[in-house]
Design a protein around this ligand. Structure first.
Ligand SMILES: Nc1ncnc2c1ncn2[C@@H]1O[C@H](COP(=O)(O)OP(=O)(O)O)[C@@H](O)[C@H]1O
Ligand SMILES: [Mg+2]
Length: 296
């Protein structure tokens, strides 16, 4: 019996057209990446390159089920799609399109030369588009961080890894399964509860990492840092970000009070504006003028 499958789940996924014929799925030993719940290998399905997510153990079946069922209901260019699931070696595997340029963390910290401002801005905008889409469909991601943002062959960012995601009614809180300490909102650290605004906090930390090129807080014990962020308002260093408007936006996003964080709709509006200024070859220009109160 496949892990946690039960005949019921298998039948349901078959009826939904999600269960792929394993004869068509080839899994190689090339490891593309791993996280807290799974290892992801390169593979091929029906002549196409794919990524195959294999969960580490039965403990993660619930998160796999949540991930699969959420992903099939989502469709947006900045949100990873799903081909389906396959039972290989008696275990469920999630079959995903291959993101040719890996995850955003490797891109930020491993690219030579490092990403330029234009690339960073495009990526930031794509992430905000994807997250706005999720929030407008009632989905809180719950573990937003660079390792969970994938880059396709054109470096378009796709939000992935919905193992901790949940549907949340507007304005309400749900109890959270804990994500990753460095990116975790204070209300999750303190009360274990969250709303859409917890993703906005994580986005602030992510944007800081993207635009400074530094791991948030640098070295140090992640749990202790999250405690200091929650109880003493410690935040990552913003030094080196050219745009005061981007700095202000990040600071708004990681406000300790969820109610004072902007909605994704507002964040996206600001990021698009910064992006179009960047496109015109005047990176950060009007932002400087605005912050200097010269007026634009
Ligand atoms: N579709 C994909 N294409 C390429 N690499 C992927 C893909 N999906 C995941 N990965 C790699 O595997 C890592 C772990 O995948 P993820 O879904 O985040 O697992 P976990 O739930 O264990 O965190 C990612 O950070 C990324 O490096
Ligand atoms: Mg992950």
């Amino acid at each position: 019996m496949a892990q946690g499958s039960g005949e019921k789940l298998r039948r349901k996924w078959k009826e939904d057209g999600l269960l792929l014929d394993d004869e068509w799925v080839e899994v190689t030993e090339e490891l593309l990446g791993s996280g807290g719940s799974a290892e992801v290998f390169r593979g091929r399905f029906d002549g196409e390159d794919i990524a195959v997510k294999r969960y580490l153990n039965d403990k993660h079946v619930e998160s796999m089920q949540r991930e699969v069922e959420l992903m099939i209901s989502l469709k947006h260019p900045n949100v990873l799609t799903i081909h389906g699931v396959a039972i290989v070696d008696d275990k469920y595997h999630v079959i995903l399109p291959l993101s040719a340029n890996g995850n955003l963390s490797t891109f930020i910290h491993g690219s030579q030369p490092p990403p330029d401002e234009k690339q960073k801005m495009r990526i930031a905008q794509g992430i905000c588009e994807g997250l706005s889409y999720l929030h407008s469909h009632g989905v809180v991601h719950g573990d937003l961080k660079p390792e969970n943002i994938l880059l396709d062959e054109n470096y378009n960012p796709c939000i992935s890894d919905f193992g901790l995601s949940q549907k949340v009614r507007p304005g309400s809180n749900v109890s959270a399964r804990k994500g990753t300490y460095r990116y975790m909102a204070p209300e999750i650290v303190k009360q274990g509860a969250y709303s859409r605004k917890a993703d906005v906090y994580s986005l602030g930390v992510l944007l800081c990492e993207l635009f400074t090129g530094r791991v948030p807080y640098g070295e140090g014990n992640s749990r202790r840092l999250a405690m200091a962020a929650s109880y003493k308002t410690l935040r990552p260093n913003l030094h080196g970000i050219g745009s005061p408007v981007m700095v202000a936006l990040i600071e708004e996003c990681w406000n300790s009070d969820p109610a004072r964080r902007p909605t994704m709709k507002a964040v996206l509006k600001d990021v698009k504006k910064l992006g179009s200024e960047n496109q015109k070859g005047r990176p950060w220009m009007s932002s400087f003028l605005r912050s200097a109160k010269v007026g634009v």
